[in-house]
Ligand binder design. Structure first.
Ligand code: NQM
Length: 357
């Protein structure tokens, strides 16, 4: 794919809502293979760097400045390879350091739409390899007449109306606790570092003089808090095996408090500079797994159900996280998750990148 010709001829692109996020979906064959050339082109497609992304199709927030790239899997155990790219809004930065469970919801339908995988009759199951993390996901969704059906009666908090159910099951080879401990100390704060698909840091909101129920904009406006969380994040990165995370979007920073609306635990997530208006799919899986481990930050605040999903409260409702957590023979905590999502094809066409320079 020639990046110069792309300015003139455009690039095939589908805009989809995936869960509570929105992103541009591409076939790997339709974008440049070289990561640097591809990143430069994606910045010009999304309209970055610019806080309004006015000259591109990005939505001026990290949750709407996302890209998914799909291809037929090169691994016989999978149908589709999914690469997630976070396009920064006001910096010239494209990162593959994290995956996104929300855009993951759109990958199965997108793969069927583009003919990457055949539909399986009324219902299709797609095995997806998450290239960013190496994790494995299975997506199950309805395909009556061989086409994804986006209409349905499943509701998720943070999205108006209802849409067709997409069930996502995720399994990770990595242990849940990268440091091997349920709790560690960083910069005088008790933290739990946990990864059930997304690396997150759990902190008690009350340690920062907060209720944990503040509005995202209020939290983003507290410069001291933002600075302290960033300091903890930079220290947590290497401890979680993520290396130097300056300029990266992981780990995600969570302020945890007791539930208020009948859920199991309440959350506010720094992702990591903006505060999430709800919660990521894999973030919810990681928080739910974390608070299920005895001694972890938040385990004493959590009101865990005897069975059924662990409801993770967030700024616009709650997320039902179904997680499996167990200790293996060697004593390592292991996790899996099943999430209910929806996605919707919003637009299919040709996108024109801003010219280079
Ligand atoms: O945790 C936000 C989102 C996410 C990530 C982010 C996500 C997840 O809500 O699975 O989906 O990138 O910080 O889309």
């Amino acid at each position: 794919v020639d990046a110069t010709a792309a300015v003139r001829d455009g690039i095939r692109c589908m805009l989809m809502r995936g869960g509570t996020s929105k992103g541009a979906y591409f076939l790997a064959d339709d974008v440049p293979a070289d990561p640097e050339v591809r990143a430069d082109l994606l910045l010009r497609i999304m309209g970055s760097p610019d806080s309004r992304q006015i000259d591109g199709i990005g939505g001026a927030h990290p949750l709407t400045s996302k890209v998914a790239i799909a291809s037929a899997s090169t691994d016989p155990d999978f149908d589709v390879d999914y690469l997630f790219l976070q396009v920064a809004v006001d910096e010239p930065l494209v990162s593959d350091a994290q995956t996104c469970g929300n855009l993951l919801a759109g990958i199965g339908p997108f793969a069927v739409e583009r003919g990457l995988v055949p539909s399986g009759g009324d219902e299709t199951t797609v095995r997806i390899r998450l290239l960013n993390t190496g994790d494995a996901a299975t997506a199950v969704f309805r395909t009556p007449g061989g086409r994804p059906d986006y209409a349905g009666d499943t509701t998720i908090d943070g999205v108006p109306g209802s849409a067709a159910l997409i069930q996502l099951e995720l399994a990770s080879e990595r242990p849940l606790l990268p440091t091997g401990s349920a709790a560690d100390e960083i910069a005088g704060h008790r933290v739990t570092l946990v990864d059930n698909g997304m690396p997150v840091v759990l902190l008690r909101a009350d340690e920062f003089g907060l209720s944990g129920h503040e509005a995202p904009a209020d939290l983003e406006g507290r410069a001291d808090l933002v600075r302290t969380l960033e300091q903890i994040r930079l220290a947590a990165g290497p401890l979680m095996g993520l290396g130097d995370v300056s300029g990266q979007t992981v780990p995600k920073m969570f302020l945890i408090s007791a539930p208020r609306s009948g859920g199991a635990i309440s959350t506010r997530a720094f992702i990591p500079r903006r505060v999430h208006t709800s919660i990521g799919v894999l973030m919810a899986a990681s928080v739910a797994a974390g608070v299920s481990i005895p001694g972890a930050v938040g385990s004493d605040l959590a009101d865990l159900p005897a069975d059924g999903p662990i409801e993770i409260e967030h700024p616009t409702g709650s997320f039902p996280a179904r997680v499996g957590v167990h200790q293996d023979d060697a004593g390592f905590w292991r996790g899996t998750s099943v999430s209910v999502r929806t996605a919707r094809k919003l637009f299919d066409g040709v996108v024109y990148p801003r010219p280079a320079g």
